[in-house]
Design a protein around this ligand. Structure first.
Ligand SMILES: N[C@@H](CCC(=O)N[C@@H](CS)C(=O)NCC(=O)O)C(=O)O
Length: 210
C-alpha cells in the first residue's frame, strides 16, 4: 500500500494545522521532515511554492495548508471539525491575512527594519480582543472546529514571541484556549520530533502508532 506523502516541518504553524487535521481524520500519511534551510530535492520537485506543508497523493499535489485540512477532513471527519458556521472561514482568512502580517512584523523585526514591532504587536492584539468576545471554550462552543485548529498555531506563535508579556495581558479566555490546546493529547501527537528526511530513509508514518 502506498501512503500519501506529507512534507512537513515540526515548528511551522501551517504544517501544524495540516497535521492537526490529518490526525483528527485518522488518515495515515508518510511524513517527511523538511529543514527549511536545506530543503530536500524531492520536496523542491514536488512543491510548486517550495513551502511546507505539501501533500502528495498519487499524482496530485496539495500545496496549501488549508487545502490539506480540507482534503483530510473531506474524507473523514469523526470529530465534526467541518461542522462550523461559514463565519469560521472568514475568521480563518482574517488570521491568515492581517493578523499574520502583523505577527510577522512583530516576530521578525530584523526582516522589517523600517517597521515598529510594537505597533504591529498592538495591531495583532486587536484581534485577540475580538477573540476574547467570541471564545466560549473554543471559537464555536466547547469543541474545537476547523477554525480553532487553523488559527491556534498562529496564536501560539504570537504568544511565544514574548511569553511573559503575553501572560501578563488580561486575555483570560484566549490564554485558557491556548493552554488547553498546548496541553492536549492532540497537540502532543502532532509535535513528535523527527529527524530530517532523506531519500532512502525507512518511512515514518504519521500519526505515530505505538
Ligand atoms: N500558504 C502556505 C504557506 C506555508 C508557509 O509559508 N510555510 C513556511 C514555513 S512556516 C515555508 O515553508 N516557508 C518557506 C521557507 O522558509 O523557505 C500554506 O498555507 O501552506
Amino acid at each position: 500500500m502506498t501512503y500519501p506523502i506529507l512534507y512537513s516541518f515540526r515548528r511551522c504553524p501551517y504544517a501544524m494545522r495540516a497535521r492537526l487535521a490529518i490526525a483528527s481524520s485518522g488518515i495515515q500519511v508518510e511524513l517527511r521532515e523538511i529543514i527549511l534551510r536545506d530543503k530536500a530535492p524531492e520536496f523542491l520537485e514536488t512543491s510548486p511554492t517550495a513551502t511546507v506543508p505539501c501533500l502528495k497523493v498519487g499524482e496530485r499535489v496539495v500545496d496549501e495548508s488549508l487545502h490539506i485540512m480540507a482534503w483530510a477532513l473531506g474524507q473523514n471527519d469523526p470529530e465534526n471539525l467541518m461542522q462550523m458556521p461559514t463565519e469560521g472561514y472568514s475568521l480563518m482568512s482574517t488570521y491568515d491575512g492581517t493578523f499574520k502580517q502583523a505577527l510577522d512584523r512583530y516576530k521578525y523585526p530584523n526582516k522589517y527594519p523600517e517597521i515598529d514591532p510594537i505597533e504591529n504587536r498592538d495591531a495583532a492584539s486587536s484581534f485577540i480582543h475580538e477573540l476574547e468576545q467570541r471564545l466560549d471554550g473554543n471559537l464555536f462552543g466547547s469543541d474545537p472546529k476547523l477554525a480553532d485548529f487553523a488559527i491556534l498555531p498562529f496564536i501560539r506563535q504570537f504568544a511565544h514571541v514574548d511569553l511573559d508579556w503575553f501572560s501578563a495581558q488580561p486575555w483570560e479566555k484566549t490564554k485558557v484556549w491556548l493552554q488547553n490546546f498546548k496541553d492536549s493529547d492532540r497537540f502532543a501527537a502532532i509535535m513528535d520530533k523527527y529527524p530530517k528526511w532523506a531519500n532512502g530513509d525507512a518511512p515514518t508514518y504519521f500519526p505515530h502508532q505505538d
